[in-house]
Design a protein around this ligand. Structure first.
Ligand code: HPA
Length: 312
């Protein structure tokens, strides 16, 4: 069953996607100047992870802070702190050091990022997206991304899970700006199905079987770290957004660039500014994340083994 998952996807082999030494990057990527330094950084990062665990993951998971405990249930896991991985950015938020875990998730070879870095920590958007690019170069064929988000849609409630149908990038930056890494993806990647319809359909099916209510909607990403003003939230609602957060978009753009199908899930931790007659409170975000976790993990337990159905 799992191997159907391996057969699907845009990568011909687990190592495809990893730039080859001496590949065309020395020419077209750079206008014939020199191979971008990021290629050798990627090679170093991937080699260091593979030296610790040769297993080739087919599924990638990226967890926002407080949601990563799911990866603790991986079987046969190799745990690598971000700080031990060359060129990996490390979260600056106290108590969220960031960990990469390789292992088996519901029988599927997987790699998870517990924790991520954000633009508001002072990292460039390319640095924020670097770990997602590494998951692609490790050979993943599908990516599950989660985040905490504020509910803009007035029908939502804190504690809801929202399947992301599309996003609006208001972060003011794009991780693909600069020299294109031609061996990883095209200069102008298509974003018309940034969130994979087939995975979305399976997630809805699994949620229905498990009696988990799933909202669906559009995620808007802003830089942060200040929460939005009520006027900004009204603007986002007018644009069609249902939930707001400060992450995810850089990683999803990188996955689209590499042709990796994505499923995105927002955990609605609070109602966005001005939706309710109360101030936002980071403590509420943390408490709701704690409460939502079990529902999210139960969805993953049902969903991950079923991803193999796609393309079968
Ligand atoms: N705004 C932005 N990011 C968030 C929010 C919010 O209301 N809640 C959780 N992450």
């Amino acid at each position: 069953m799992l191997w159907i998952l391996q057969a699907h996807g845009s990568f011909a082999s687990p190592s495809a996607g990893l730039p080859k030494p001496g590949c065309k990057s020395g020419g077209r990527d750079t206008g014939g100047v020199s191979k971008p330094a990021v290629y050798s950084q990627i090679e170093e990062t991937v080699a260091s992870i593979r030296a610790r665990c040769p297993q080739r993951p087919v599924l990638g998971l990226i967890f926002g802070s407080g949601l990563g405990a799911y990866a603790d249930s991986f079987k046969g896991s190799t745990i690598i702190p971000f700080g031990e991985i060359p060129h990996f950015p490390t979260p600056t938020i106290l108590g969220h050091s960031g960990t990469l875990i390789l292992g088996s998730a519901e029988g599927v070879p997987a790699v998870a990022l517990q924790g991520r870095v954000h633009l508001y920590e002072g990292y460039s958007i390319a640095e924020v997206a670097y770990p997602a690019r590494i998951l692609g170069c490790l050979g993943i064929q599908r990516l599950l991304v989660t985040n905490a988000a504020g509910g803009i849609n007035p029908h939502f409630r804190p504690g809801d899970l929202m399947l992301i149908t599309d996003h609006i990038n208001l972060m003011g930056a794009n991780p693909l700006v600069g020299v294109n890494l031609d061996s990883l993806g095209p200069r102008f990647p298509d974003m018309s199905e940034a969130y994979d319809a087939a995975m979305h359909k399976i997630a809805l099916k699994v949620a229905q079987e498990k009696g988990i209510m799933l909202r669906e909607g559009i995620y808007v990403g802003l830089c942060g770290p200040s929460y939005e003003t009520p006027a900004e939230i009204r603007m986002c609602r007018t644009m069609g957004a249902d939930a707001v957060g400060m992450s995810t978009i850089p990683e999803v753009i990188i996955a689209c660039h590499m042709g990796i199908p994505v499923l995105g899930i927002s955990c609605i931790t609070n109602m966005a500014a001005g939706v309710l007659a109360q101030k936002l409170n980071h403590h509420e975000v943390i408490q709701t994340t704690e409460r939502i976790k079990e529902k999210l993990f139960s969805l993953f337990q049902g969903l991950i083994p079923r991803l193999g159905e796609i393309g079968a």
